[in-house]
Design a binder for this molecule. Structure first.
Ligand code: ADP
Ligand code: MG
Length: 439
């Protein structure tokens, strides 16, 4: 491993990193920073939690000059991720005199205009609100020297691509641009050629989507039994936990049930007011809440180091979403666990995802002796039990009986669990991170 001092970063930047306790550069940082510093475009792929933010932020902070207009632009798919990136850059840039503004929907324009009026050099934005600012002239891109698309595969997906195109057309041609994500499907890599100038590609573990350091398991159960098992898995967990649901409705519902069971849970989904979204995230980040119940709005980029367990309460609708969801644990080389609840109607969807998981996957039905009484027409889709024998413990049920959920109100709406399967570029995914999203 290389020390940050060896990457050619200036003292003001190094001081910020030292304050955070970073000593050695992570692999993607070591690879990417020197190349970005030479002014070459970059495509950076490395697994979730591997330090991609610092990889693009540090080289930006090195080059950008205080008081010379907006020179850096970072775009991200969700408000929460944009805020997180800003916060991290502020920490890295503490001694550089560089100011950062975050621009995202759901927050009044006033606050953002005030921040911009004070003069900033870096803007972190979600595309929709950035366009609003561009149209009213409160942000201009003529001095931009550095552009980053974080979660680039999402940003270049159909929901955002027109917005991104509009924004990039307003920025100078002569700029350093980079794309980052844990997942870089080949069609996105091809597309990136159109936006980047002879980029150097760093695909650090493109063939291994498996989720390094994450102990993965699944359980096939009836939809109405999910809550009972959720409680069993959450109870013995010491760290924090994220529970991903397929819809906003189920997210609210699961959070409500957890409250009734006296868990400190908060929820985040796209229909909540921005104020409540921020309240939930800040409670979860500060550790005041142990559990975050979320739609896929929280599946990308969110970094909360204490997350020990990810529960997919519902099988995700996209293959990639699975790897991003579970990647909310095992951050920065830590270890974590992920459990996927597979309702009978989702067995087919789960099998598609399962084929891409290259590490041993624990079959909890076998381990816990839970029988699958699947209706006949669905039996064909049953998951194989190839890894069932490799029990390592650690997923055992906490023993706490939840009680009272047998009647589960959720059975009112079992259909919700299914979600129609989305292809990565499905038109229906338009605006999937935006204000009017499914999430
Ligand atoms: P990614 O974008 O690849 O998912 P992040 O940039 O969110 O990952 O980083 C994951 C975590 O690792 C963050 O908490 C970050 O502060 C931490 N981190 C990043 N680089 C280093 C480093 N060189 N040393 C120690 N911790 C780091
Ligand atoms: Mg990231």
């Amino acid at each position: 491993m290389t020390k940050f001092e060896e990457l050619g970063l200036k003292e003001e930047v190094l001081k910020g990193i030292r304050d955070l306790g970073f000593t050695e550069a992570f692999a993607i940082q070591e690879a990417v920073i020197p190349v970005l510093l030479t002014g070459r475009d970059v495509v950076g792929q490395a697994h979730t939690g591997s330090g991609k933010t610092a990889a693009f932020a540090l080289s930006m902070l090195q080059e950008i000059q205080p008081k010379k207009g907006i020179q850096g632009l970072i775009m991200a798919p969700t408000r929460e991720l944009a805020m997180q990136i800003s916060d991290e850059i502020k920490k890295f840039g503490k001694y550089t005199g560089i100011k950062v503004a975050t621009v995202y929907g759901g927050q009044g324009m006033g606050l953002q205009l005030d921040a911009l009026d004070r003069g900033v050099e870096i803007v972190v934005a979600t595309p929709g609100r950035l366009i609003d600012h561009l149209k009213r002239g409160s942000i201009e891109l003529r001095d931009i020297t550095h552009i980053v698309l974080d979660e680039a595969d999402t940003m270049l997906d159909m929901g955002f691509i027109d917005d991104i195109q509009f924004i990039l057309d307003l920025a100078p041609e002569d700029r350093v641009m980079s794309l980052f994500s844990a997942t870089m499907p080949t069609e996105i890599l091809r597309l990136s050629e159109e936006y980047l100038n002879n980029p150097k590609q760093f695909l650090l573990d493109a063939d291994d989507l498996s989720g390094e350091g994450i102990d993965q398991a699944y359980l096939v159960i009836k939809d109405r039994d999910k809550f009972k098992y959720l409680i069993d898995f959450i109870k013995p967990t010491k760290g924090q936990c994220i529970v991903f649901c397929s819809t906003k409705y189920r997210t609210r519902d699961v959070a409500k049930f957890l409250h009734q069971e006296k868990f400190d849970a908060v929820a985040i989904e796209g229909d909540m007011s921005q104020h409540r979204r921020e309240q939930s995230m800040s409670k979860f980040r500060s550790g005041k809440a142990d559990i975050l119940v979320a739609t896929d709005v929280a599946s990308r980029g969110i970094d909360v180091p204490r997350v020990e367990l990810v529960v997919n309460y519902d099988v995700p609708n996209q293959e990639m979403a699975y790897f991003h969801r579970i990647g909310r644990t095992a951050r920065a080389g830590a270890k974590g666990k992920a459990i996927t609840f597979v309702s009978y109607s989702s067995v087919g969807d789960w099998n598609i995802i399962k084929r891409q998981i290259k590490v041993p996957l624990k079959d909890l039905n076998q381990e816990m002796g839970i029988e699958i009484s699947i209706p006949d027409p669905l039996k064909r889709q049953m998951p194989s039990r190839r890894y069932g024998g490799q029990s390592r413990g650690g997923y055992s049920r906490g023993g706490g009986r939840s009680g009272g959920y047998g009647r589960s109100d959720r059975s009112r709406n079992p259909r919700d669990d299914r979600g129609s399967r989305k292809r990565y570029n499905d038109k229906d995914n338009r605006n999937s991170y935006g204000g009017r999203s499914r999430w």
